[in-house]
Design a protein around this ligand. Structure first.
Ligand code: GLC
Ligand code: CA
Length: 540
C-alpha cells in the first residue's frame, strides 16, 4: 500500500503554517502504525509555488519552505529504517518560469539557444499578436503566452499546457532527455525507491502544431514518441536494484494506457478509470475487469486509487447524486450527504484493498476527510480556480492541512503558537483527528489500520487471481487466493443475504442480523489456505 504525502498539508514542524519535512519526520510513526509499504511525496523542490510546487525551479534541491536536502535524506533514511520505501515526484513536462533554463531563454532574446529547450514560436497574424495555436490548456484557458524581447519589443510566444508559470519543455531536444535521466540518478543515488512521473502522457508534441481536431491525432496527448523517453528512464532505473517508475497517465483508452506498462517501460501507472468510476456495482465491475484484462498482457500490477491531491475527496463524491469524478464536471456547491459518502468510502476501502495489485491511499483518506468546499475565495490558491473563470472550485478543498489531535484548529498540524494553517480547517474535524480516532473501533482510521494489516498478513491478497462469485444484482462478490478469501460489497439500496459464508475478518459497518446492509463491505475467510502468512514484504 502506497501512501501519498502532500508535504504542504501533512504536518508543519517549524510553525509557519505550511507542512514540511520536519513535520513528516515527526509523524512517521503514524504511517508506520498504518502499515504502509511506501510513501510518495508530492513535489518538494525549490519552486515559486505557482502550482503548489508542480512548477519546479531546481530538481535537485528542496524548497526552503519544506527544509533542506539533508532533511530529505534523513527522512528517506528514517523511512527505510521503518521498512517504508520512498517515491519522489518528478515533473518532466514543464518546469517553472523561474528555472535557470527559462530565465536564460528569456534574457538571451529570440536567438538564445536555451529557447530550443522550450516551445518558443512567433505569433500568427501580421503583427504576430495572435497565439500560434488555439489549444486549450489542462487548467482551461490558452496555452501560449507572449514574451517581451530584451529591447522591450513584443516577442515570441511560449507554450504552457498548464499555467503560464509552467513553460513546457521540448523533449525533442537531447539536452532535456539527458537532464532528466540525470535527475533520476540524483534521487536514486539518494536512496529513493521510485519516481512518480507527473503528466506522463503529455511530454511529446507534434512539432507542426496542428489544431485539436476530432478524428485527428491529438497534438500533445499520448503521442507514440513518449514511449521512447520511458524506455530510456527504465534503463536508468534498471541500473539500480529494485527501483520503480509510476506514471500519471490520464487516458480513457485502456489499451493505450497499458502501452506505458510494457516490460521495458514503466512499472505501474495510476488507475484513473477506477478513481472516476461511479459507486455502482456494474460500473465498478466493468472497471475492475477492464483494468485487469488490460494489465495482464503486459504483466504489470494494476493500481487502485480513490483520491489524490487533484480530485474531489471520495467521501464527498460518494455522497452525491452523481458519484463519478471528472474535471469537466467539477462545480461549486454540488449537494452531498457526507454520512452516506463516509459509509461508501468505508466499503470502498475494503474493496480497493482487496483487489489484485497495488493500492494507493491519499493522506487524510484514512481519517475519512471530506472535501472542504467552503474555502473563502480570497484564500484559494489553486490556479485552476481563476483559470477556469471561477467555474471549477479548484483543488484546494482536498489539500487542507491534516488534523492530528485536539479540539480546535490547527489540530496539532502545527506546533503551539504557530501561524494559521495555509488553508483553513473545518471546526468539525475535531472528530476526525488521528488522535480522536485511535482506539475507536468504529473509526475510519481503525478500519484502514485493520484492513492494511490484514492485507499484509494475508497471502491471498495483493497480486494474484480474482474470481467473481455469483451474487444478487448490485452486489460485488469475489474471491482471492483460490477461494480462501472473499470480499462482498453491497452497492444496492437494500440489505442482502450474503452470497458467501465464512469467518468474518472485517466489516466496513454493522451487519444486520446476518444480512449485508446497503453500502457495506465485508472480508471473509472462506477456506483454509496452505502457504504461511506473508511478512513485511507482502503486497504493496
Ligand atoms: C499533475 C499534478 C497536478 C499538477 C499538474 C501540472 O496533474 O498531479 O497537481 O497541477 O500535473 O504539473
Ligand atoms: Ca512549516
Amino acid at each position: 500500500m502506497i501512501y501519498q504525502v502532500y508535504p504542504r498539508s501533512f504536518a508543519d514542524g517549524n510553525g509557519d503554517g505550511i507542512g514540511d519535512i520536519a513535520g513528516i519526520r515527526s509523524r512517521l510513526n503514524h504511517l508506520s502504525a498504518l502499515g504502509i509499504d511506501a510513501i510518495w511525496f508530492s513535489p518538494w523542490y525549490p519552486s515559486p509555488m505557482a502550482d503548489a510546487g508542480y512548477d519546479v525551479s531546481d530538481y535537485r534541491d528542496i524548497d526552503p519552505v519544506f527544509g533542506t536536502l539533508a532533511d530529505a535524506e534523513a527522512l528517506i533514511a528514517e523511512a527505510h529504517e521503518l521498512g517504508i520505501r520512498t517515491i519522489v515526484d518528478v515533473v518532466p513536462n514543464h518546469c517553472s518560469d523561474a528555472h535557470p533554463w527559462f530565465q536564460a531563454a528569456l534574457a538571451g532574446g529570440p536567438d538564445a539557444p536555451e529557447r530550443d529547450l522550450f516551445w518558443f514560436r512567433p505569433g500568427r497574424g501580421p503583427n504576430g499578436d495572435e497565439r500560434p495555436t488555439d489549444w486549450i490548456g489542462e487548467f482551461g484557458g490558452p496555452t501560449w503566452t507572449r514574451t517581451t524581447n530584451p529591447d522591450g519589443t513584443p516577442g515570441d510566444w511560449y507554450l504552457h499546457l498548464f499555467a503560464p508559470q509552467q513553460p513546457d519543455l521540448n523533449w525533442d531536444h537531447p539536452r532535456v532527455r539527458e537532464e532528466f535521466e540525470d535527475i533520476l540518478r540524483f534521487w536514486f543515488d539518494r536512496g529513493v525507491d521510485g519516481i512518480r512521473i507527473d503528466s506522463a502522457g503529455l511530454l511529446v508534441k507534434d512539432a507542426t502544431l496542428p489544431e485539436v481536431q476530432p478524428d485527428q491525432p491529438h497534438p500533445f496527448h499520448d503521442l507514440d514518441g513518449v514511449h521512447d523517453i520511458y524506455r530510456g528512464w527504465r534503463r536508468v532505473a534498471d541500473e539500480y536494484a529494485d527501483r520503480a517508475l509510476i506514471g500519471e497517465v490520464w487516458l480513457p483508452d485502456r489499451q493505450r494506457f497499458a502501452n506505458y506498462l510494457r516490460p521495458d517501460e514503466l512499472h505501474a501507472a495510476f488507475n484513473f478509470d477506477f478513481l472516476g468510476c461511479a459507486w455502482d456495482a456494474a460500473a465498478l465491475r466493468e472497471s475492475i475487469d477492464g483494468t485487469l484484462s488490460a494489465h495482464a498482457p503486459v504483466n504489470a500490477p494494476a493500481t487502485w486509487v480513490l483520491s489524490n491531491h487533484d480530485v474531489t475527496r471520495h467521501v464527498t463524491r460518494y455522497g452525491r447524486a452523481d458519484t463519478r469524478f471528472s474535471f469537466a464536471a467539477k462545480r461549486e456547491g454540488i449537494p452531498t450527504d457526507l454520512e452516506l459518502g463516509t459509509r461508501r468510502a468505508r466499503a470502498a476501502a475494503l474493496l480497493s484493498l482487496s483487489l489484485p495489485g497495488a493500492a494507493y491511499v491519499y493522506q487524510g483518506e484514512e481519517l475519512g476527510l471530506y472535501e472542504v468546499e467552503d474555502i473563502p475565495y480570497a484564500m484559494r490558491q489553486d490556479p485552476m480556480w481563476e483559470r477556469s473563470g471561477r467555474i471549477d472550485p479548484g483543488r484546494d478543498g482536498c489539500r487542507v492541512p491534516l488534523p492530528w489531535a485536539g479540539d480546535e484548529p490547527p489540530f496539532e498540524f502545527s506546533p503551539t503558537g504557530a501561524a494559521a494553517p495555509w488553508l483553513p480547517q473545518p471546526a468539525d474535524w475535531k472528530d476526525r483527528t488521528a488522535s480522536a480516532q485511535t482506539g475507536d473501533s468504529a473509526s475510519m482510521l481503525e478500519l484502514y489500520r485493520a484492513a492494511i494489516q490484514a492485507r499484509r498478513a494475508d497471502p491471498a491478497l495483493g497480486d494474484g487471481e480474482l474470481t467473481w462469485l455469483p451474487a444478487p444484482d448490485g452486489v460485488l462478490a469475489f474471491s482471492r487466493g483460490g477461494g480462501g478469501f472473499t470480499c462482498l460489497v453491497n452497492l444496492s439500496a437494500a440489505p442482502v443475504t450474503m452470497p458467501a459464508q465464512g469467518e468474518l475478518l472485517l466489516a466496513s459497518g454493522p451487519l444486520d442480523d446476518g444480512l449485508l446492509p446497503s453500502d457495506t463491505a465485508v472480508w471473509l475467510r472462506t477456506a483454509e489456505v496452505t502457504d504461511g502468512p506473508r511478512g513485511a514484504d507482502g503486497p504493496a
